[in-house]
Design a protein around this ligand. Structure first.
Ligand SMILES: Nc1ncnc2c1ncn2[C@@H]1O[C@H](COP(=O)(O)OP(=O)(O)OP(=O)(O)O)[C@@H](O)[C@H]1O
Ligand SMILES: [Mg+2]
Length: 257
C-alpha cells in the first residue's frame, strides 16, 4: 500500500499580483521504504513539491496524504534536508541534533544523539561547531538532525549540490547505507541524473513549468550499483532522452556513454 499519496496536485504562486501556475496535476504514489528521485529543469517546481509534502507550502488543489492522513502543516514524521545545512552556528553538532528533540531526557537523549552521530559517521565531532566542519560533514549533521525525529519520510532537496564530486559520491553511499538500515522513505530532488539512478527505485522526470510528470523511470538494478556498467548507461540514456531532443541527445550521449 502506498504510504505517501499525491493526487491531482496543483499549485499556483502569486507573483506581482499575477498567478503563476507551478504544478499541474501531479499524481504519485510512493510506497513505504521506497527511494524516489525527482529530476527536472531549474524552476520547474521540484522544491515546491517537497515543501508541500513537508507542510511548509500550501497547495491550490489536490490531495496529499501520508499514511492515510492529510498533510496540513509541518510534522516530525517528515524530515527535510536542504541544499545548505541550516545548522545553528552557535550550537555544536550534538546540540544542533538535540534541538527540538523533546521526547528524550538525560542519558537516553545522549544515547539517541550519539547513535545518530555514529549513523552519519561523525563520531569524534560531537562538540564541533558548524564552522569547524567541512561541507560534507555539515550535510551529514543535517541528515542526522532530520533522522533523529525518526521520520517516516525524509525529504532531501539537493542535499549534495554544493559538494565536490568525490564527497558527493561518498555521501550517496552513506545515504544508501542509512536508507537500508533505517528503512525510511526517501524523496530526493537532484540535478544529477547519475545520483538519481544510483540511489533510487524510481526516477520521476518533471516537465518544464507548470510541472507535470513527464516520465517515471524504474531502476531495477541490484544495489550497490555500478555507474560504469552497460545497464546503468542504458537507464541514463532513457532519462537523458527526456531532456534533450534527438540531435542534442546524441551529442550528450556520446559524451556520457
Ligand atoms: N514563495 C514563492 N513565491 C512565488 N513564486 C515562487 C515561490 N516559491 C517558488 N516560486 C516559483 O515557483 C517555481 C518553481 O520553484 P521551485 O523552487 O519549486 O523550482 P525547482 O524546480 O526546485 O528549481 P531549482 O532546480 O532551481 O531549485 C519558480 O518559478 C519559482 O519562481
Ligand atoms: Mg529547488
Amino acid at each position: 500500500m502506498a504510504s505517501l499519496v499525491i493526487k491531482d496536485l496543483r499549485k499556483a504562486f502569486n507573483v506581482g499580483g499575477k498567478p503563476v501556475q507551478v504544478l499541474n496535476n501531479i499524481s504519485l504514489n510512493i510506497d513505504k521504504g521506497e527511494f524516489i528521485s525527482i529530476v527536472g529543469h531549474s524552476g520547474c517546481g521540484k522544491s515546491t513539491i517537497l515543501k508541500i509534502v513537508a507542510g511548509l507550502v500550501d497547495f491550490s488543489e489536490g490531495q496529499v496524504h501520508l499514511g492515510g492522513k492529510p498533510i496540513e502543516g509541518p510534522g516530525p514524521e517528515r524530515g527535510m534536508v536542504f541544499q545548505d545545512h541550516r545548522l545553528l552556528p552557535w550550537l555544536t553538532v550534538h546540540e544542533n541534533i538535540a534541538f527540538g528533540l523533546y521526547e528524550y531526557r538525560g542519558k537516553e537523549l545522549n544515547a539517541v544523539i550519539n547513535a545518530h552521530i555514529k549513523l552519519v559517521a561523525l563520531s569524534g565531532f560531537e562538540n564541533a561547531y558548524p564552522h569547524q566542519l567541512s561541507g560534507g560533514m555539515a550535510q551529514r549533521a543535517a541528515i542526522a538532525r532530520a533522522l533523529v525525529h525518526n521520520p517516516d519520510v525524509l525529504l532531501l532537496d539537493e542535499p549534495f549540490g554544493a559538494l565536490d564530486a568525490l564527497t558527493r559520491i561518498q555521501l550517496q553511499q552513506e545515504v544508501l547505507r542509512i536508507w537500508e538500515q533505517e528503512k525510511t522513505t526517501m524523496i530526493l530532488v537532484t540535478h544529477d541524473i547519475d545520483e538519481a539512478i544510483y540511489l533510487s527505485d524510481r526516477v520521476v522526470v518533471l516537465s518544464n513549468r507548470p510541472a507535470k510528470i513527464q516520465k517515471i523511470v524504474e531502476v531495477k538494478l541490484p544495489r550497490p550499483r555500478d555507474r560504469t556498467s552497460y545497464d546503468f548507461s542504458l537507464i541514463r540514456k532513457s532519462v537523458y532522452r527526456e531532456f534533450f531532443d534527438e540531435q542534442k541527445e546524441n551529442a550528450v550521449l556520446e559524451y556520457f556513454l
